[in-house]
Design a protein around this ligand. Structure first.
Ligand code: ADP
Ligand code: MG
Length: 365
């Protein structure tokens, strides 16, 4: 049995498929090179000691009475993993877990999934539990949902655990099944430019709840379990009276279709052609679902206007990050255009970086 293990798990961006997850629909995330490294070491104590290179103080938890605690802050993500393992019947010995991450937190790149997935895989390996990816998904989701109290839908953890380099991950959020889809950006001379707008997620909790409830109401009115099950958009739009619900339904159904279209294009090696789908996704999120923000719209418009093949907000919206599909040679021009557009509007300068589809959770030597 090893006395210590080290695993790294990545953050992710969602290429397309936004606000479809809680409608039992489709998403297409990819792992980014940024990630979290977790080292797990066995100790003789009855404690869990958690430290982060990004935090000043370590946190300590008694293993005998680990309870869900939204007040535990950042260390709760780690303790939540351990508690979920205990809940599954694992006798967890004393552990020291140290993490170090270069995923910027709170930008919609899923630093939290990088954290929980690196910890879960490191502890699974250390204790030789032999959990499969589905079990690891349940453990990491439980850490966020049950311990921290963050209502995440599972895409982030699915991506961080299962993505592979050079691929996006086509996920069915009803069955939680996932499939690798080739995304050879480098071979096509392309990169995905991430534009972290650094705009805070304004009113995102209340607005998110409103969208989610609206979708549930629309599904109930249409007599289906989830909007994923609506097959005829026109008929659905005729049946719904509420203008807001009609917009939500149009976004969710067209977005699911855009994910399926993107998967087909990628399987046909027509990577450049997904640009138009990205831009279509943004327009739908801005005009129908109404979850964009001025910073996201400016990022998308200035990227599109300076040579990007397509661009969209990614993540829940109201702030956070946008992505643009860009030729390697155009990265400088697009970055400059976005930066200048932000300055002209008086926005905080954005943070931009290029990513290629990277490896999911993996062991380090
Ligand atoms: P996102 O996952 O989009 O980055 P979340 O709000 O879901 O945003 O998760 C961010 C939280 O995850 C941080 O506020 C912090 O509590 C925790 N976190 C992420 N990375 C680290 C880290 N390296 N060290 C400590 N806590 C971290
Ligand atoms: Mg998160």
């Amino acid at each position: 049995m090893p006395s210590s293990t080290r695993w790294r798990a990545p953050g992710r961006v969602n290429l397309i498929g936004e606000h479809t997850d809680y409608n039992d629909g489709f998403v297409l995330p990819l792992a980014i090179p940024h990630g979290c490294t977790a080292e797990a070491v066995r100790t003789d104590e009855t404690e869990l000691v958690v430290s982060s290179a990004q935090k000043d103080q370590p946190a300590r938890f008694g293993l005998a009475d680990l309870r869900p605690d939204p007040g535990a802050g950042w260390a709760g993500y780690v303790a939540g993993v351990v508690r979920a393992l205990q809940h599954n019947g694992t006798q967890v010995p004393g552990l020291r877990i140290s993490v170090d991450s270069d995923v910027p937190p709170g930008s919609g790149l899923s630093s939290s999934a990088a954290l929980t997935c690196s910890v879960a895989t490191a502890v699974d390996d250390l204790l030789e539990l032999g959990l499969d990816r589905g079990q690891l998904l349940a453990v990491t989701r439980s850490a966020e949902n049950d311990f921290v109290g963050a209502p995440t839908g599972g895409m982030d953890q699915l991506a961080s655990l299962n993505c592979t380099a050079g691929h996006a991950l086509f996920c069915d959020m009803r069955s939680l099944r996932s499939d690798q889809v080739p995304l050879d950006l480098a071979g096509e001379g392309l990169v995905l430019l991430v534009i972290d707008t650094r705009a805070e997620h304004r009113h995102s909790d209340g607005e998110y709840g409103r969208r989610r409830q609206g979708c549930e109401r629309a599904a109930a009115e249409l007599g289906v379990p989830a909007l994923r099950d609506v097959t005829d958009l026109d008929a659905a739009l005729t049946r719904l009276e509420d203008e807001e619900l009609r917009r939500y339904v149009r976004h969710v159904l067209t977005e699911n279709q855009r994910v399926l279209d993107a998967v087909r294009l990628l399987r046909d090696k027509r990577v450049r052609d997904i640009g138009a789908l990205l831009s279509g996704s943004h327009a739908s999120l801005r005009d129908d679902y109404r979850v964009s923000a001025p910073e996201l719209d400016v990022a998308v418009e200035s990227a599109e206007g300076s040579g990007a093949l397509g661009a969209r907000m990614t993540g829940g919206g109201f702030g956070g990050a946008a992505i643009a599909l860009v030729g390697q040679d155009d990265v400088g021009a697009v970055t400059d255009a976005v930066t200048a557009a932000f300055a002209a509007r008086g926005f905080t300068a954005p943070r931009t970086f290029s990513v290629l589809p990277s490896e999911g959770a993996h062991r380090l030597p």
